[in-house]
Design a binder for this molecule. Sequence first.
Ligand SMILES: [Zn+2]
Length: 598
Amino acid sequence: MPENILIAIAWPYANAEIHVGNITGSHLPGDIVARYHRLKGNKVLMVSGTDSHGTPVTLRADAEGRPVEEVYKKFHEGFLDVFRGYGITYDLFTTTHTENHFKVSQTIFLALQKNGLLFRQKTKQWYSPSTARFLPDRYVEGTCYICGYEGARSDQCDNCGNVLEPERLLNPRSKLGGTLELRETEHYYLDLSKLEPDVREFLKERADHLRETVLGESLGKIQAEGLKPRPITRDLDWGIPVPVQEAGWESKKLYVWFEAVIGYLSAAIEWGSLQADKDAWREWWVNPEARQFYFIGKDNIFFHTSLWPAQLMGAGSAFMELFEDDEAPLTLPYDVPANQFMNLEGRKISGSRNWAVWGLDALTRYDADALRYYLTVNMPENKDSDWDWAEFLARNNNELVATWGNLANRVLAFCYKHWEGHVPDVDLATLRDTDLRLMSVIENGFTTVGAELEAVRLRSALTEAMKLATAVNQYLDQTAPWSAIKTDRDEAAKTIYTALKAIDSLKVLFAPFLPFSSERLHGFFGYQIPLFGEQYTEDESDSLGEHRVLRYRAGDARSSTGWERSRLEPGAKLNQPAPLFKKLDESVIEEERARLGN
Ligand SMILES: [Zn+2]
């Protein structure tokens, strides 16, 4: 029975371009797991979108003196280019600025209200008399009253990581300039204390497969501090209106932490609206058997492991009742394999100082698979990792090119030349023990690499696949078909047939990680139906205007290659092979280092 797998990936803020740290942090691991499950024949839905609301976006627009809509769209378009370039196969990559997302978010709000989990409270917020507006979170900076850090935001300190009460911030300064004063305002709060027992239970049930780092930031934090009520509305012009018809509330919006996570649900519903069966999204969201994986960075763990499940459990079956007049609870997250951060040449990545390797820029000089390879072997799964240009070069040349690329190219080119473009027509009954042994080792790889992928241990999965490529190289060293061809063509044929079968299987094992080169290799082997489907963009429109989305058209699943060993037949026709990867010159290291920080 195929499983329903939801791949939910962190929504990038529309205030900065995507760099390699963002790619390895969430988009790439999500894509690898999605591609693996698609090969296995599971039903995958992979969604995300641009977080178009929130103060990082409005601040950027204020700084540039441009309309927020223009700013979010510019970054959104750039994101679509990055994901196409790296082959991040979203079934739907949309934005939070859609009518659908507004409606779904407001319905979650109303469901929580119906279940008695919201309350109103008056608080004091920083107000700017000169611009006649409240200035939430990132608009106000000052000194943290907990650790003394001078660059703390009014709602959060990036130094000590604590959530702050804005009115207690010391030496507050407005990012817009001018004076500040505290004024009273009223907001809705989600009463998380009522949901705390459910959230604890939810986390305990998943404790055996959640990463240690993730468990510490969720269950550990709740055990230490408890879950306290949290405001879910803000005084802001840009965002989703609060669904209450009362004077004074039209100037308030849903808090971005509250509505952005709802995007995982609304994007699935939007994807459904584009299908023949509009209810198709329910297979991942109103289905207790569906497994949901959330790919995020460590700074987002609490939101996805504690607050989002609280929102879902709090809404309960009231969401479906209000949304579709059909009472049913929503599916809860299964795993949140959050990554740590990737640094760059020993320092924290910093966009503003240009201490970054930018996603689109890197693609102008390197192939996507070379970048995907390094970003996977160096993925910050359990601790921070470091992008080092010398290591990038070494890994590319010694592993990707020497161990895997050359293996595939040398065997295919040799076969193409000596067997006139066909797989040697060997009698399978004559294969030697050494051939059968290699085939069995490679076949076993589908279990071992698959087990690592199931558990989202992607570095280990890729290392395991690379070990199998090494085993094929060792087999070729022992059987030496290059010289055997001159003395015993039949023996050489057995070796080449066996090696081709191994490479054809390795192509599938590498495919989730290296989709572009695996697809090319698939073509060299003469297969007509591609391994994967295609990405494309489409324009959608609603009452809020137009938005472009990235989509994925799956191939013909019934007849395409799955997560299983090669079925290559003796005598099959091949296509002209070519090298899969490029060896890089040492000079790259200094050239790339010279770009940093300028
Ligand atoms: Zn602090």
